[in-house]
Design a protein around this ligand. Sequence first.
Ligand SMILES: Nc1ncnc2c1ncn2[C@@H]1O[C@H](COP(=O)(O)OP(=O)(O)OP(=O)(O)O)[C@@H](O)[C@H]1O
Ligand SMILES: [Mg+2]
Length: 471
Amino acid sequence: MASILIIDDSESIRDLLGEFLGGNGYDVAVAKDGEDGIDLLKRQKFDLYLVDLVMPGKGGVEVLREVKNLSIGVPSIVITGNGSIESAVNAIRLGAFDYIQKPFNLEALRITVDRALDHQRLQKENATLKKQLGEKYGFRNFIGNSPRMQNLYRIIEKISDTDSTILITGESGTGKELVAKTIHYNSSRADHPFVPINCGAIPRDLLESELFGHEKGAFTGAVSARVGRFELANFGTILLDEIGELPFALQVKLLRVVQEREFERIGGTRTIKVNVRILAATNRELEKAVAGGTFREDLYYRLNVIPLHIPALRERDDDILLLFDHFMNDFCNKRKRPLLKVSPEARNLLLGYRWPGNVRELENAVERMVILNDSGVVGVDDLPEHIRASAGGNGTPRLPSASDTLQSDIRVPAPWTASGINMNAVLDDLERTLIVQALERSGGVKNKAALLLGLNRTTLLEKIKKMGLTT
Ligand SMILES: Nc1ncnc2c1ncn2[C@@H]1O[C@H](COP(=O)(O)OP(=O)(O)OP(=O)(O)O)[C@@H](O)[C@H]1O
Ligand SMILES: [Mg+2]
């Protein structure tokens, strides 16, 4: 129930308003002068106060001023006598929400009161929402301790509050959209919209109208005018997701917006200017599309002002368990169940898996475990089949297989001659290469390198010794 304080020196007005508002379901308190009113406002929380402009001692304007100085965030409505509009306007300048005139039209009074309360509620909701968003897209929920992610945060911090166009690249599920939102909500545009559009998910013939809008009758089916995403994002940020999928024909039009921040709606003649920060994201290698002639080079350079690459999850194994614990916390909290424990074997499997779907895949895997697990402990058998399969199901991490991109790290020499090949020498070479790579990936930690290679620690140590590798 909303609570309202009435500050008026006239007893009959206090009674009249008190009875009327009380009868309309409000919780009403009264004060007989300015001094009393301020005192009550300091001690008690109200949703609104009504204050008479002319009172002996402290008048309405003084009350408004003092409440403002005390930063008590309560909206106010001023009560004025007939004809004192000028001081009422003055009161509004001081921050009063509105004024009502004596003699009262009670219905009008109720509407004004409702409006003031609505306004206050919306403002509060907005503030909470913003705070939640700020928390959600602050760096606190951006998990990652690996040097590469730390480096990424530093760059994001530096570039967020600029208007530079940024091209965010990374495999699917690495967090491109999260990065885009973080940039927006850490910029001075945060109070304005963040508008994402997935250029790959919208049919080609609709995409142009989605982006730029159309006028009524612009094409069959355009029964009314429509505002496009660029206009919706005015003063905010637009994320052109999967930009690599943008049809060639639309690339010229986009180039103009990127360069001039202006365009026309389809079927329109009026040039629309917007103030929008442009972020683009893709999991494709745009350079290749440029080389192949499917993506305009000029657009590519305009978008790629600041490139931001998010490494794949397998390239930052330090983060796997960290993210795992983060999601585990999150899902268990949401489902109000105690944290699941994870057996060391299961952890090893998680560490060794190559996570082609990156953070999203990990997030989904954890959610699944939290939902399906009854025992409170996640063992190897509770992991998704494909994760187990990747390690042969025995709790040891998988070896790189031909389908892995890791393969590209491994150069197998092929010194075939007419008489054949020295297989042992080639295998020794390969073995040495793999061990060196595993040690690099594990930062020299031999236990972890052994896990990565699917060897036990002593075997690895023997090999290192035999090969004379210095570590
Ligand atoms: N560093 C991180 N910390 C916490 N959560 C993350 C992190 N990176 C990604 N996520 C979460 O992983 C999921 C996938 O992220 P997001 O949608 O941003 O990826 P994407 O790169 O846009 O993927 P796609 O290319 O498939 O669209 C989201 O739920 C996101 O909140
Ligand atoms: Mg995305």
